[in-house]
Design a protein around this ligand. Structure first.
Ligand code: HEC
Length: 110
C-alpha cells in the first residue's frame, strides 16, 4: 500500500514537473521586426474613393475590382447590386450612386 502511494506521488510529481519546466522555456518572448510588402493592388484616386474603400474592401481586396474588364456604368450598377443582394454587403442605398460613378470612372470603357 505504502509503495503504491509513493509510486503514485512520483508519477504525479513528474507529470507536474515536466510541463512546468517546459513552460519556463516557452515564456521567453523575443521582439521581432516585420516589414510587410506594400500592396500594388490599391484603388486609384478619384471622386468617391473613400466611399468605395469603406464599403467594398471588408470582404475582399481591391484586386477583386481591379482585375475586372472595363465595364459601363450599368454593368457596375449591376455588380454593386449583386454585392448587396447576393452577398449581403452592408452598403447604404445613398452610397450606391457614388460607388457606381467611381467604378465607371476608373474601370469604365475608355
Ligand atoms: C459582404 C461581403 C462583400 C462586400 C462588402 C463586397 N463584396 Fe464584392 N464579392 C464578395 C464575394 C463573396 C465575391 C465573390 C468572390 C469569389 O467569387 O471568389 C465578390 C466578388 C466581387 C467581384 C468579382 C466579380 C463577381 O461578381 O464575382 C467584384 C468586381 C466585386 N466583388 C466588387 C465589389 C464592390 C464594388 C463592392 C462594394 C460595393 C463589394 N464588392 C463589396 C463579397 C463582398
Amino acid at each position: 500500500m505504502m509503495r503504491k502511494t509513493t509510486f503514485s506521488s512520483l508519477v504525479v510529481g513528474i507529470a507536474l514537473a515536466v510541463p512546468l519546466a517546459q513552460a519556463k522555456e516557452r515564456i521567453a518572448l523575443k521582439s521581432v521586426s516585420v516589414t510587410f510588402p506594400q500592396s500594388k493592388n490599391s484603388l486609384p484616386d478619384g471622386p468617391g474613393l473613400a466611399t468605395v474603400q469603406s464599403n467594398c474592401l471588408s470582404c475582399h481586396s481591391a484586386g477583386m475590382i481591379l482585375v475586372q474588364p472595363p465595364m459601363p456604368q450599368t454593368a457596375w450598377a449591376a455588380e454593386v447590386a449583386k454585392m448587396r443582394n447576393v452577398y449581403k454587403a452592408p452598403v447604404d442605398e445613398k452610397d450606391v450612386p457614388t460607388i457606381v460613378r467611381y467604378l465607371a470612372a476608373v474601370k469604365g470603357p475608355k
